[in-house]
Design a binder for this molecule. Structure first.
Ligand SMILES: [Zn+2]
Length: 140
C-alpha cells in the first residue's frame, strides 16, 4: 500500500494510491467530478494523457472513460485527464483509452503504430519519479 499526502492550497487532502498508482480513496455519486477528485486524478495523470501532447493538467478536462450516459461512475477510476482538443476528438482520433484496474491505459491509432498494444499512461512527474526510484531502487 502506497499512501501519499497531497498538499493543496487551502488545506491538506489525503489521496490513497496503491502500488500501481490506482486511487483507492475518494469517490462521488455525482455526475461532475469534485475538486477533490480532480486533484487526485491530476496527481495520477499529470496532464493530457495522449502521448506527445503537452497540455498541462490545469488546462485539461476530465474524460469519463465509460460515458456517464452508459452508467460510467463519476469516480477517479473512470476519469482521465485530456486536453480540450483530445477530449473532443477522442471518438474519431483513433486513440484508445481504457482503465485497467484503476490505471489509465492508452492504445495508439493503427495508422501510427500498427500492432501497438495497450500501455499504462501517465504524465505525473511524481509517478515517473516513483517508477525510476523503484527501478534503480535501494537494495533493501
Ligand atoms: Zn491533448
Amino acid at each position: 500500500m502506497h499512501r501519499r499526502q497531497l498538499i493543496c492550497t487551502g488545506g491538506t487532502q489525503r489521496v490513497v494510491l496503491d502500488d500501481r498508482g490506482r486511487i483507492i480513496e475518494l469517490g462521488s455519486q455525482e455526475r461532475c467530478f469534485t475538486p477533490q477528485q480532480r486533484r487526485a486524478i491530476t496527481l495520477r495523470d499529470g496532464g493530457c494523457l495522449i502521448p506527445g501532447c503537452s497540455v498541462p493538467a490545469s488546462w485539461c478536462e476530465i474524460h469519463h472513460v465509460i460515458p456517464d450516459t452508459d452508467g460510467g461512475p463519476t469516480h477517479p477510476d473512470n476519469g482521465v485527464l485530456v486536453c480540450w482538443f483530445h477530449h473532443r476528438s477522442i471518438e474519431t482520433s483513433g486513440w484508445g483509452i481504457r482503465m485497467h484496474r484503476g490505471v489509465p491505459q492508452i492504445r495508439p491509432p493503427v495508422w501510427l503504430d500498427p500492432g501497438g498494444g495497450w500501455r499504462n499512461a501517465t504524465k505525473s512527474p511524481t509517478r515517473i519519479a516513483d517508477r525510476l526510484e523503484r527501478r534503480s531502487g535501494p537494495a533493501a
